[in-house]
Design a protein around this ligand. Structure first.
Ligand code: CP
Length: 319
């Protein structure tokens, strides 16, 4: 860990929280990704542990379902020796009507250093910074941002393309309701990648232009162009009646699903997906399992990226 400490001293990382990549500079992002390389290497050791957070107490505050993000944060925290407590809204006193404000202030009274928060409402991580004196990490707030997902996506891309400047990244699917797309556009644009978003017109919001991404409605053209194709799940839970946005799941798959024939026709692009996948909708099942897909690498890398984020923010609590 000597190298890590040296590297940390080399860059004036001044962030106290990770609320979104909108708040992080290009150098902040590249620094986090650089630190994550050390933690990724640690994960391959026979004993993948470092005691860097052994004096920290972290609460994982989840008001929304999660498999990858929650387990990944918890593993990252345990690999670093932190004391970890998990809060699930569904089994908590939130079910008896306790407000988010009261919940977090009560948890804070138990002396915590960091909060990892997922909530269906955009802006909740910002709200938490005003309630407690702890570092706040956004693990997904509604359709707003999912910064650690974008960081792990960029880290995975860097394993193929160490310099992301000029790399062509396509994000395909339900753009309107995706926090992953917003964080990825912000992060990828800051590090100099070119981003095209592709999907049905009914799922294409105005904000992508403002964030600097280009729009395509043509999957074939997009796949012919890109170095990386990241497919997104249709966010049924945020759409109400999703079938109003496209005629049917079958038609959506026909028009925007990545298929084995695409892998043969366009031999260069890498397939990514933040998960969870709806097999047979955003991509054929064989595509997800093919050697062109790095979807499980994304998950492995997520632990390393979250270890880096936790480590870097752990020294800045209380401020
Ligand atoms: N990618 C992602 O956020 O997955 P989970 O919802 O399972 O955490």
């Amino acid at each position: 860990m000597v190298e890590l400490a040296d590297a940390v001293r080399d860059y004036p990382f001044r962030q106290k929280h990770l609320l979104g990549l909108s708040d992080y500079t290009r150098d902040d992002i590249l620094f986090v990704l650089d630190q994550a390389k050390y933690f990724r290497e640690i994960l391959d050791r026979p004993v993948p542990k470092v005691p860097t957070l052994r004096d920290k107490t972290i609460v994982n505050l989840f008001y929304e379902n999660s498999t990858r993000t929650r387990l990944s944060f918890e593993l990252a925290q345990k690999r670093m020796g932190a004391d970890v407590v998990n809060f699930s809204a569904g089994t908590s006193s939130a079910q008896k009507g306790e407000s988010l404000k009261d919940t977090i202030r009560n948890i804070s009274s138990m002396k915590i250093d960091m909060v990892v928060a997922r909530h269906e409402s955009p802006g909740v991580p910002y709200f938490l910074t005003r309630q407690v004196d702890a570092a706040i990490i956004n693990a997904g707030d509604g359709a707003h941002e999912h910064p650690t997902q974008a960081l792990l996506d960029m880290f995975t891309m860097q394993q193929i393309y160490p310099d992301l400047r000029g790399k062509k990244i396509a994000i395909i699917g339900d753009i309107s309701y995706s926090r992953v797309v917003r964080s990825n556009i912000l992060g990828l644009s800051k590090v100099g990648a070119k981003v095209v978003v592709c999907g049905p017109k009914t799922m294409m919001p105005a904000f992508v232009d403002a964030l600097g991404a280009h729009v395509s409605y043509n999957l074939e053209e997009t796949l012919a162009w890109c170095d990386v194709a990241m497919a997104l799940r249709i966010q049924l839970e945020r759409q109400g009646n999703a079938t109003e946005l496209f005629p049917s799941i079958r038609e959506y798959h026909q028009k925007f699903g990545i298929k084995m024939e695409h892998l043969e026709k366009y031999p260069n692009f890498t397939v990514m997906h933040p998960g969870p996948i709806n097999r047979g909708v955003e991509m054929e099942s064989d595509v997800a399992d093919s050697d062109r897909a790095v979807i499980l690498n994304q998950v492995t890398n997520g632990v390393a990226v979250r270890m880096a984020v936790l480590y870097l923010l752990s020294g800045n609590t209380g401020g």
